[in-house]
Design a binder for this molecule. Structure first.
Ligand code: NDP
Length: 289
């Protein structure tokens, strides 16, 4: 059996086209969605992510602002910029690219962003709303995965889902979103005793581990849906996921590739959150006498 491939590039292009049309309608009302991105240091991977985010904004008709700081910048400088952007009514989304250098307390920086502009969905207030099943800005990567599952026609009600990884930005919110849609969710992590025991009985496996080709075909139930969140750089410079695509695709029913799977959807959901924030700002503006 060879799995059907869930093409993240194709889905992202389709959703971004729709976002661009909605942005154009908003611009016609006098509000241009605007994302401010803060990059600290010279981590090459972070620079690429930021470049891609800025380019995606411009393609969708958004305004984007980029603030670069050297690796040794004082946290106070960055916190002051966040404060300024929080107050700027023309800025709808603020994103600080992670990881930050050692002198920063990442939690403090993320909490400094106004929850109303937290388009990454990392603020504790937004995470709390997500946990309670209330409207919030959802973290972009797991939310992109949910869109892919929807488009892939994957039934979640009653499905056994296994999420590998429990980070605040991927694993935990992923588990909550699957749970909210009726899946029975197991979250595995580095202390899980028998990972394959869990993955082998799962209808859906989401791998967010950060280890190249970690999930192999023999760990997957025939016909299962396999979502690969991982982005790993191999010694030869090529990208690969947390799933061993070659062996997994022979067993799975549906699978996402890397690159071209979850990655493009992450940026797409960032655009979607920024558009939503701009829409809220426009509604507020119209209702203010
Ligand atoms: P983290 O390093 O924060 O979390 C990794 C998780 O994997 C941890 O919960 C860890 O467990 C768990 N883990 C580590 N080893 C094992 C093991 N042997 N068995 C089971 N679980 C294990 O990573 P992130 O969540 O930030 O990212 C995960 C991957 O997704 C990375 O490759 C990252 O690059 C990628 N990523 C991709 C994005 C995209 O747009 N496609 C966006 C964000 C991330 P423990 O908690 O016990 O340490």
């Amino acid at each position: 059996m060879t799995a059907r491939i869930l093409d993240g590039n194709a889905l992202a292009a389709q959703v971004r086209e729709d976002i661009a049309q909605q942005a154009a309608a908003l611009i016609a009302q006098g509000v241009q969605p605007c994302l401010a991105v803060i990059l600290v240091g010279d981590n090459p991977a972070s620079a690429v992510y930021v470049r891609n985010k800025v380019a995606a904004c411009e393609k969708a008709g958004f305004r984007s602002l980029k603030f670069d700081y050297p690796a040794d910048v004082s946290p106070e400088v960055v916190l002051a910029k966040i404060d300024e952007l929080n107050r700027d009514p023309l800025v709808h989304g603020i994103l600080v690219q992670l990881p930050l250098p050692k002198q920063f307390n990442e939690e403090e920086v993320l909490e400094a962003i106004s929850p109303a502009k937290d388009v990454d969905g990392f603020h504790a207030e937004n995470f709390g709303l997500l946990l309670q099943g209330r409207k919030s800005f959802y973290p972009c990567t797991p939310w992109g995965v949910m869109k892919m599952l929807e488009v892939g026609g994957v039934s979640l009600k009653g499905a056994e889902a296994v999420v590998i990884g429990r980070s605040n930005i991927v694993g935990k919110p992923m588990a909550v979103m699957l749970l909210s849609q009726g899946a029975t969710v197991t979250v595995c992590h580095s202390q899980t005793r028998d990972l394959a025991f869990h993955t082998k009985r799962a209808d859906i496996v989401v791998a967010a581990v950060g280890k190249p080709k970690f999930v192999t075909g023999d760990m997957i139930k025939p016909g299962a849906t396999v979502i690969d969140v991982g982005i790993n750089r191999l010694p030869d410079g090529k990208l690969c996921g947390d799933v061993d695509f070659e062996s997994a695709k022979e067993v799975a029913g549906l699978i996402t590739p890397v690159p071209g799977g979850v990655g493009p959807m992450t940026i797409t959901m960032l655009l979607s959150n920024t558009l939503e924030s701009a829409r809220r700002a426009a509604a507020h503006f119209q209702s203010t006498p």
